[in-house]
Design a protein around this ligand. Sequence first.
Ligand code: C2E
Ligand code: CA
Ligand code: CA
Length: 766
Amino acid sequence: MSDTSTQPLSAIGGEFINPEREASFQSERLPEKFRHLRLLFLLSAFLNTLFLVSDWRFEGTSHFYIAVPARLVVIAIALGCYFATQRVAGFRYAERVMLTWEWINALAVGFLVSSHSDLALFVVIMLPSIYYLVVPTSFRWSVASGVGCSLIMLVGYMSPEDLRSNLIGLILAMVMLNVALILVVARSNRLRRLEWLALLAERRAKEQLAESRTMFETLFRTVPLPLVVVKVDGSIVNFNNAAVAFFGASREVLGIQSILEIYANPEDRDAYLEVLRREGRTSDFETTMRVADGSIRNVLLAGTRLELGGSSYIISALVDITERKAAEERVWRAASHDPLTDLPNRALFQSRFEQALAEAEHKGHAVSLLLIDLDDFKSINDALGHDAGDTFLQEMARRLRGLVRIGDTVARLGGDEFVVILESQTTHENTVSFVKQVIDELQRPFVYKGENISGRASIGIAIYPDHDTKPSDLLKDADLALYSAKAQGRNRAVVYAPEMRDRMERRDTLAREIQEAVAQNQIVPYYQPKVNLITGETIGFEALARWVHPTQGLMTPTLFATAFEDAELSILVGEHMIRRVAEDIRNWHAKGVACGRVAVNLSTAQFNWVGLAKRFLEIIRRAGVEPRHLEIEITETVFLGRSSLHVATVLQQFHDSGVRIALDDFGTGYASLIHLKQFPVDDIKIDQSFIKDVEHNTESAAIVNAVLDLGRSLEMEVIAEGVETEGQARFLRDRGCIYVQGNLYAHPMPASEVGAFLARDKRRIA
Ligand code: C2E
Ligand code: CA
Ligand code: CA
C-alpha cells in the first residue's frame, strides 16, 4: 500500500526514510529538544534530591545502602547530562547524551525500585513511558531504551522477592504498555513529520510568494519603460523609475494627485478611458502630456484595465514619441513645403484646395482662388543676382502670409508664382478688397542692399462655385484671368470671365498658326524708306513684319499682334525677322544696292530675355552684316515693364556694337525725359498720331515742336513717321525736321522691290 515516493515515512517508526531529511527534521527541532531535556534533567535531579530525603526512612535497612548510592547516581547523571546539554551540537551528540542518561538512570532506578514501595510500582510504569514519550531519540533507540528500561524495571522490582504470583500479570502489563507506547510513538512520529512537511510546504509557498512579489516590484520599478498605475477616477497609485525620469520628477515633487493634471488636453483622458472600456486594452493611443519642466511631450499610451480586489486599475506604459513626431513633421514639411519661403508647395496646395472645395460644398459658402504672378521677378534675378531674387521671394511670401486669415492658404507654386485660397472672405466685396490689399502690400517698396525693389503683381481670380466647381477647372480659370491681367499691362487683378476661355482658345490657335508661319517662311519683312526731307534722299529703311498668308493674303501686324506680345512667340518671330533682314541686307550689298541703315522693331516682350543683344548680334555677324548697318526701334514701355532692370545692359550691348537705337512712338508712352538721358538712345521717332493732325491741332503741333527742340538740345536725330500729305511734310520742313517716313514717300515694300525703288527714284544713298 505504501509508496515511498509519495509516502516518505517509514511504515513502522513513522520516521523519514531518507536519512538526510530525517537529520534535517531533527536538527531543526534540536534547540527546543535541548530545552525540554534540560528541564527533564533538572526535574529528575530535583525530584530525586527530594526522594533522597525520603530514602532516610530506610536507614538501618539493607536497602538504605542500595537506595542512597543509586539515588546519588540518578542525581549525578541528571546534573551531568544537564551540563552536557548546555552545549548544543548535532542530533547524534544529543542522542548519545540522552542514551547515556537513559541507561545509567534506568540501572540506578532499577536498584531503587527494589524497595518495592507504592511509588516504586508507579516508577516502573512511568519511567519507560517517559523514555518513549518525552526523550526524543530515534525510533530505534526509543524502542530499545523503552524495552530495556521496562526489563530493568521488572528485574529491579521483582529482585528482592521470590517469584511471585503477580509476575505474569506484571509482565503482561509491561508488554501491553510497551506495545501501546510503541504505537503512540510511531503515530506521533508520523504526525509530527507530516505536520513538519506541511509547515515546510507552507513556508516555501510563502517564500515563493514573497520572492515573486519582490521580483514583480523590482521589475515594475526598474523596467526602462515608463509605467503608471492609476485608479479609474484618475488618482495615481504608482509611478515606476522610468516614469519619474520621463516626467522629470517624482509624484511627490510634482505635487500631483490625479493623472488628469498631467494630460495636456484632459479630454484625451476620457477618450482613452472609453477605448479601454470598449476594448479592455490598447497599444496605440496618442496624446500629449505635460512634464516637470513645463514642456509638452507627444506620448503613445499602451494600457490595460485590471480588476484587483474589487477595484479597477489602469496600468499604462508611456512611449515618448516627441522626437519621432518631430522627425515625421520634418519629413512631411520637406515633402509639402517650399524650402525657400516655407510656404506650402504645389502638392500641399492641391490637397488643401480639394479640401477647401469639399468643405465649401458641404457648408455652402464661396472660395476664392488667387493666382499671383510677380511682374518683375525675372528682371530682379537677372539684374541683382539670385540672392536678391531669393530674398525678394521670401519677403513677398512673408507679406502674403501676413494678409491672410486663419483658414486661408498661401502657397508657392514655383518660380514667382504664388496662390491664395481664400476661405475666410466669402463675399465678392471682401475678395475685391482683399485683392486690393495684396496689390498695395506687394507694391510697398522693398530695399535690398540699397536697391529699391517694388513687387508688382498680376493676379487672376476664380471663384467657387460661380465660375467652376472642380479644382482643376478653377485653377485654369484663375490662370486665364491671370493671363488677361498680364495682357492688360500687368500690376492688376482680373476676375475670370467665361469669354476668356474662347479668347484663350483663339489665341492658342493663332499662336500655333504663327509658329507654323515662321516655319514656312510666311512671315517676311517689308521695308519702308526713311527719307531726308531736304535732299529727298533715302537714308535707310524700317523693316515691318508681314504675314503672307496662303488664304487671307498679306496681313499687317495688327492681325497677329500676339506674335510680338507673347513671351515665347516674340523671341521666335523676333529672331526670324532679324535673320530675314540680315539676309536681305547681305543680298543687297552683294548686288551693290546701298540700302543705308535698316531699322528692326524689338518688342518689349523680347526684352524679357537678357541674352537678346548677344543673340541678335551673333545672327547678323553670321550673315556677314556689320552692326553699323542696323538700328533697333524700341518703345518707351521697355523702361517700365518687368524687364526694366536689365534693359540698360541690353541697350548698352547694342550701342557698344554700333547698332543705333531709336525710341519709337515717342509721346504716347509714359517715359520721362530721364530715360532719354539714362539710356543710350540715338534717335527719336515722333508718333504718327501727332503727325496726322499736326496742321490743324495746335496741341499736336506743340508736341511736335517740343520733340524737335528736345532732339536738337540732346543732339538726337528726330524722325517723323506716318507722313501722308505734302502739307504735313511742309509743316515739318518749316519746323526744321529733317527725317521723315510715311506713305507719302513709299508704302512698305517687299525686299525684292527695294533695289528697283532706289534706282527708279534716284534716291540713292550716298
Ligand atoms: P511702328 O513701328 O510704329 O511702325 C510704323 C507703322 O506705321 C507701320 O504699320 C507702317 O506700315 C505704318 N505707316 C507707315 N507710314 C504710314 C502712313 O503714312 N500712314 C499710316 N496710316 N501708316 C503708316 P505696321 O507695319 O502695320 O506695323 C504696326 C506696328 O507693328 C509697328 O508700328 C510695330 O510696332 C509693329 N511691328 C511691325 N513689324 C514688327 C517687327 O518686325 N517686330 C516688332 N517687334 N514689331 C513690329
Ligand atoms: Ca517702328
Ligand atoms: Ca512708330
